[in-house]
Design a protein around this ligand. Structure first.
Ligand code: GLU
Length: 424
């Protein structure tokens, strides 16, 4: 049977424009000079590769892959690799820029990058995915490097793909280079705490924001869109801190229980059910759209970009949005949410726990030593807490949303570093 993939969805708000409109606003507030503005707005390098892969049926299929390095001003560029049918170069460009701002917000010495391959990983065998990952690594062998550009997991990829990437890169170098990629399996030099790290940061920044808003966690309800690595780990940790998680969802739709869902039970169901929640029995069905506008205190969009738009922003009832995904709220929806008095912990702060522990993984690889889970968690909590305070104080100082404040913090840091480094 021929391998046919559904057509990519084309009618989204352009994520690069969404990113740029916040960048422009923050740059204006900061009084950024024109020359630095021009440097920071243009990605440093964009690579497009064509990857012919022999599929299990013996036929050859060509995949398109990208790696965009937005900036390496703060240090080697860092950012995940996404396997998804909706991947476009503009999406990867936006995601790469968000990585630059994210690393600057949490004050780790990295620039920003992102990669992606247009493919449907759920429809491919492990062998096909391995050949695809190795071929992508080989095509980008001169781009990647522990002091150059360091990939990590993103949507559709995880420790397994990172292991293949590390192995392929190491073969080409003739030695084991584990610091070339983060999010690896523990036995290959992965860090304890990396898998839960993004969810942990979402939980930590949500609690910080709730304290400012005087929302008591043990009386609060929460809805989480997306039940992958970020959403499900955030759900576990928020539930542990006393929140009642009343709604969760994945691409098969939403699952609602007013009394609160049993998150561990939902995770076990998902793990036994090919990674999806379809048919989950202990909840009522709702749509993904209904989940976003459910009557809850805290909303965590942890699926993908462009889900909170002008079409639903006005209907959102949550008091606080904590962005587990990258770019879930588009720029046009920002204004409506702000006018309606809803607080937002923006993506480049809320989901930065992942890259923070990636940094710790890289540090451990380079010193050849493994930290305890307790040490990783304590350091992550400190980094996230400091970043939250920096962004919050900036939002008070400039009288702007935390989103704009986060951009201001990030752009100011990258611009200052650029001034010292200089150019041609
Ligand atoms: N893909 C994750 C993100 O968007 C992690 C990136 C990394 O650890 O380098 O933040």
């Amino acid at each position: 049977m021929a391998y046919i993939e559904p057509a990519p969805i084309m009618d989204k708000e352009n994520p690069f424009e969404s990113m740029m409109s916040r960048f422009n606003e923050a740059a204006n507030l900061l009084g950024l000079d024109q020359e630095t503005y021009e440097v920071l707005k243009s990605p440093t390098k964009q690579v497009i590769v064509s990857l012919p892969i022999t599929m299990d049926d013996g036929k050859r299929k060509v995949f398109e892959g990208y790696r965009v390095i937005h900036s390496n001003i703060l240090g080697p560029s860092k950012g995940g690799i996404r396997y998804d049918l909706d991947v476009t170069i503009d999406e990867v460009k936006a995601l790469a820029a968000w990585m630059t701002w994210k690393c600057a917000v949490v004050d780790i010495p990295y620039g920003g990058a992102k990669g992606g391959i247009i493919c449907n990983p759920r429809g491919m065998s492990a062998g096909e995915l391995e050949r695809l990952t190795r071929s992508y690594t080989s095509a980008l062998i001169d781009v990647f490097g522990p002091d150059q550009d360091i990939p990590a997991p993103d949507m559709g990829t995880g420790p397994r793909e990172m292991a293949w990437l590390m192995d392929e890169y190491s073969k080409a170098q003739g030695k084991t280079v584990n610091a070339v990629v983060t999010g690896k399996p523990l036995v290959l030099g992965g860090s304890l705490g990396r898998v839960e790290a993004t969810g942990r940061g979402v939980m930590a920044t949500a609690l910080n924001a709730m304290e400012k808003l005087k929302i008591n966690p043990s009386r609060a309800t929460c809805a989480i869109q997306g039940f992958g690595n970020v959403g499900s780990n955030a759900a576990v940790l928020l539930e542990e801190r006393g929140l009642r998680v009343v709604a969760i969802s994945d691409q098969t739709g939403g699952y609602y229980n007013e009394r609160g869902l049993d998150i561990q039970d939902a995770i076990e169901y998902r793990n036994k059910n090919k990674g999806i929640l379809e048919g989950y029995p202990n909840a009522d069905r709702i749509s993904n759209d209904d989940l976003l506008v459910a009557k809850v205190d805290v909303l965590v969009p942890a699926a993908k970009e462009d889900v909170i738009t002008v079409h639903n922003a006005d209907k959102i009832q949550a008091k606080l949005i904590v962005e587990g995904a990258n770019g879930p709220t588009n720029a046009k929806a920002d204004k409506i949410i702000h006018e309606n008095g809803i607080s937002v912990v923006p993506d480049i702060l809320a989901n930065a726990g992942g890259v923070t522990v990636s940094y710790f993984e890289w540090v451990q690889n380079r010193i050849g030593y493994r930290w305890s889970l307790d040490r990783v968690n304590r350091r992550t909590d400190r980094v996230m807490g400091d970043a939250f305070n920096r962004v919050y104080e900036t939002s008070v100082k400039y009288k702007v949303s935390m989103r704009l404040a986060a951009y201001i913090v990030a752009i100011a840091k990258v611009a200052e570093t650029y001034k010292f480094r200089g150019g041609y």
